[in-house]
Design a protein around this ligand. Structure first.
Ligand SMILES: *[C@@H]1O[C@H](CO)[C@@H](O)[C@H](O)[C@H]1NC(C)=O
Ligand SMILES: *[C@@H]1O[C@H](CO)[C@@H](O)[C@H](O)[C@H]1NC(C)=O
Length: 262
């Protein structure tokens, strides 16, 4: 009785190998039949693709990829660059961007001849593409843990722009990191942070960020800035808002403009 299950399994295995052997031996004889079958299968697949493919495919893919990626404030920085330029003018001449996917922002700013730009990737550059790796080789982009002092002298940059990264820092580290960003900047720090309730980076990235994003409300941030004696730059805030209105730009992230330490 206990042997029974063994037999069907072996028979299955045997019969599985037979057609292969058979077709190999009688190749010429079976090939017309085979090609007809393949043709029919191909036609069916093609028709199936044409009917269900384009329409259904894209509508299925889009929400899925958005869901996976979530809101990226680094992407938001790219969109906001023209508005930032209006708000900061000359202060955009030497920019440090800090945040995941920093290469994307650096590339965009490099196209502008008047802007010198550097990037800090706070997590890792393991999945960086070839273009990004070339920026790393040139020393324009570097990986650095922003929980520790940054390897730059005071006022090394005119403007520091940080996206997403602060959402992953606990208040203990924010206390170290934000003053550091203010230290290395001369004309201000712009912070792009997520809104509470926004969907963040995909779960697979949690291991990379070390902890899930903590999305804080604007009241939380403003109270935090006050406590830590980080001053908001009201001139910059106002200019940014005006330029946003003019260009019909609406950020999906919270944007804060802080003064540098002097
Ligand atoms: C961060 O700094 C503020 C102001 O100096 C202080 O009140 C707060 O306790 C600090 N938080 C942590 C977690 O160290
Ligand atoms: C405030 O922002 C303006 C740009 O709008 C900039 O020129 C100025 O230097 C900033 N002030 C400080 C103290 O960071």
């Amino acid at each position: 009785m206990s042997r029974r299950p063994v037999n069907p399994a072996r028979r299955l295995g045997d019969s599985g190998s037979i057609p292969l052997v058979g077709s190999a031996h009688s190749k010429s004889r079976s090939s017309p039949v085979l090609s007809v079958v393949l043709l029919v299968v191909g036609a069916v697949l093609l028709i199936g693709y044409l009917y269900s493919g384009p329409g259904k495919g894209t509508s299925d893919n889009e929400p899925l990829s958005k869901l996976e990626v979530g809101v990226s404030c680094t992407l938001e920085v790219q969109k906001a660059l023209p508005v930032l330029k209006k708000a900061y003018g000359d202060s955009m001449h030497k920019v440090l961007h800090v945040g995941p996917e920093t290469c994307s922002v650096v590339f965009k700013l490099l196209k502008d001849e008047d802007t010198e730009v550097w990037g800090i990737e706070p997590y890792d550059l393991d999945d960086a593409d070839a273009n990004c790796r070339s920026l790393v080789r040139k020393g324009i982009v570097r990986a650095a843990d922003i929980k520790f002092p940054l390897p730059y002298r005071a006022k090394s940059f005119s403007l520091v722009i940080v996206s997403d990264a602060v959402d992953y820092l606990s208040p203990k580290y924010l206390n170290k990191t934000l003053p550091e960003l203010a230290r290395v900047s001369a004309d201000g720090v712009v912070i792009f942070a997520g809104h509470p309730g926004q969907r963040r980076a995909k779960v697979a990235e949690l291991s990379k960020f070390g902890r899930p994003a903590k999305l804080r409300s604007s009241t939380w941030w403003i109270r935090y800035f006050l406590q830590s004696s980080l001053e908001e730059n009201e001139t910059a805030t106002k200019k940014f808002e005006q330029a946003s209105l003019k260009r019909n730009y609406k950020s999906t992230c919270q944007v804060f403009h802080l003064k540098s330490h002097h």
